[in-house]
Design a protein around this ligand. Structure first.
Ligand SMILES: [Zn+2]
Length: 191
């Protein structure tokens, strides 16, 4: 996928590192994350905010599989959001994590907490993808858009892997008659 140019600094920027920034007149500008943050910092007065780009890191999950995580730090008014995510091509796919902090928070401290959260998640497996069954009695994941379902059925991402709603249903049928509880949580909450 071609890189687009940030309309502020003119640098070619990967799609995952761009933000559509609305302006007062209803128009949108494509900005790189750093230019987006600089603009928010200027308009909100949070000039202490550390506008940094964090290098990707590699982590190994409990099955021995390697995952490369990219980071995006965004200033959102008086708070900051730190996202970690994997890429497929240039698009976000697989594991995703988020932490929210105060705008003047130490970014490296926040990063440390996020990496701990990622480690905890990568140390647990919920689905045996070879046997196509739920390993224990808990499944944690993320609800996503399924291109093939036109918004009628979700795609869930469990253990960093996509599982169709049908496949999840099939796995649940080995527990027919059991009870379940469905909890929905904000992306930054720990499940
Ligand atoms: Zn820029």
């Amino acid at each position: 996928m071609a890189h687009e140019r940030c309309e502020q600094c003119g640098n070619p920027t990967a799609p995952w590192d761009t933000i559509h920034c609305g302006s007062g007149d209803g128009s949108y500008q494509l900005l790189c994350t750093l230019c987006f943050n600089a603009r928010i910092a200027e308009s909100t007065g949070f000039t202490d905010f550390e506008n940094v780009r964090l290098d990707p890191i590699r982590m190994i999950d409990c099955g021995g599989e390697s995952h490369r995580f990219h980071f995006q730090l965004r200033l959102l008014g008086d708070r900051i959001a730190l996202d970690a995510f994997e890429l497929r091509g240039e698009l976000r796919a697989g594991y995703r994590f988020q932490l929210i902090g105060e705008a003047d928070a130490d970014v490296l401290v926040l990063l440390g907490h996020l990496v701990e959260k990622m480690r905890r998640a990568l140390s647990v497996r919920h689905i045996d993808f070879l046997e196509r069954q739920i390993i224990d009695s808990t499944v944690r994941g993320r609800i996503e858009w399924d291109e093939s379902q036109d918004g009628h059925l979700p795609l869930v991402v469990v253990d960093g892997k996509e599982v169709s709603w049908n496949d999840l249903g099939r796995m649940l049928m080995s527990m027919e008659g059991w009870q379940f509880r469905l909890d929905i949580a904000d992306p930054s909450e720990e499940l």
